[in-house]
Design a protein around this ligand. Structure first.
Ligand code: ZN
Length: 414
């Protein structure tokens, strides 16, 4: 799920690059592609990476670095044509978002209607990789995003200290994907990795998407170590007026990050204590008492879901496990108003549930809800055994949905 849509990531990378010149400076990759700092941010993580090896899963500093470099190299040595097609797609997306804002329409709606499917269909190889990356996009959320960023930032500082400023900025741009994700509300407190570990890859990813979208649309009150407090919204809202303050905060953070890389180049030194660097003082932390109640919480190795699923002010939570997740989803649907943007996604998500969860749904004793759910999944072939249509459902909706407009992973999760 990008935290931000690709075009949003690109926009956020519009910062002055000391010594290299203005924000339109184009880096040249070994494959000959020329691209801006912001475009690298948009491509990193969402389109380039090692699907089965999220950076944050490195168990020590050495492994974290090697995972970051593996991910980076899929981009740095990427195929020229594929990369150019992706860049075209990002620019089309940006145009749609701009037009929507000009017409006072919702950016999310505009991006939902974008030509992503056609473009992605033309990227036969990338399509699979993109969806694979999205399924395990742990690097784009919370503490894991910070870890992925910190790993890349340190590599960028070292490269700069060695005198290779241009390559250092390319590393930094790749790392900044995860930095910018950290400013998208839907990526701040969603327990992405825990949902993945405790509930499982497909359903856990879908649940992450629900919280990602809820927090992103609702907005969260955040603060940072600089003593600033503001409201952050999620991906799909960056160009809207509600995100004006968040845009400024992200820009300030990006300027600090780039300035730190330049300082390392200038001094030929990497700061001893990376954690004490100014960039980390910009990182937003959710002020829970001033925000809505989270849909999911991870505590003591367990996942808890909001008791009154549809009530964002309900602060009671109960344990969520693989066994009661089907029941949770039924309540979620029942308590979520039908015209909510989440409702359609709930419909789409059901198609992706694994057979075990579907069986729980179907054995649930509430016939009214069951009936409604059947109507929702009308696209499924009736009377077909789960195992027979499972594979068809796995691929069809995934290809038809536009995975990236809402976030780097969240959106592509299902
Ligand atoms: Zn992302």
């Amino acid at each position: 799920m990008p935290p931000f849509a690709s075009s949003e990531h690109e926009f956020l990378g519009d910062v002055e690059l000391t010594k290299l010149g203005d924000k339109d400076y184009q880096f040249t990759l070994p494959n000959g592609v020329k691209l801006k700092f912001g475009t690298i941010i948009a491509l990193a993580g969402d389109y380039y990476g090692v699907p089965k090896q999220p950076i944050c899963t490195g168990t020590d500093e050495q492994q974290l670095r090697s995972f970051f470099l593996d991910a980076f190299n899929t981009f740095y040595h990427g195929d020229k044509k594929e990369m150019e097609d992706l860049i075209d797609m990002i620019h089309k997306e940006r145009q749609l978002a701009n037009e929507a804002i000009k017409d006072k329409k919702s950016e999310v709606t505009a991006l939902d209607g974008c030509a992503f499917k056609e473009t992605v269909d033309s990227l036969k190889d990338t399509k699979g990789k993109y969806l694979e990356l999205a399924k395990r996009n742990l690097d784009h959320f919370g503490a894991d995003a910070l870890l992925a960023y910190k790993t890349g930032h340190k590599i960028a500082l070292e490269e700069a200290a060695n005198g290779n400023l241009e390559l250092a900025y390319i590393y930094e741009a790749f790392a900044c994907h995860f930095l910018t994700d950290s400013f998208a509300a839907g990526h701040m407190r969603t327990p992405r990795r825990a949902l993945y570990d405790v509930i499982g890859e497909d359903v856990g990813s879908y649940l992450s998407l629900l919280q990602h979208n809820e927090d992103g649309d609702e907005g969260l009150t955040v603060t940072n170590e600089l003593g600033q407090t503001w409201t952050a919204y999620g991906d799909g809202h960056l160009f809207e007026d509600c995100s004006a303050e968040n845009r400024i905060k992200i820009n300030e953070a990006m300027k600090t990050a780039v300035a730190e890389v330049y300082a390392a180049f200038n001094s030929k030194k990497v700061p001893e204590n990376i954690d004490a660097l100014g960039i980390f003082k910009h990182m937003p932390q959710v002020v829970e008492e001033m925000s809505s109640s989270p849909l999911f919480i991870f505590q003591d190795g367990k996942i808890f879901s909001r008791k009154k699923v549809g009530d964002k002010q309900c602060h009671e939570h109960q344990e969520l496990t693989k066994l009661n997740v089907g029941e949770f989803l039924i309540r979620y649907e029942a308590e979520t108003v039908e015209d909510s943007p989440l409702f359609k996604q709930a419909q789409a998500g059901f198609k992706k549930l694994d057979a075990e969860t579907k069986a729980i749904f179907r054995s649930h004793g509430n016939p009214t809800l069951f009936k409604r759910k059947k109507a929702v999944v009308a696209t499924e072939p009736e009377q077909t055994h789960d195992s027979e249509h499972e594979s068809g459902l796995e691929s069809a909706p995934a290809q038809q949905q536009r995975p990236s407009q809402r976030c780097c992973g969240g959106c592509a999760l299902i």
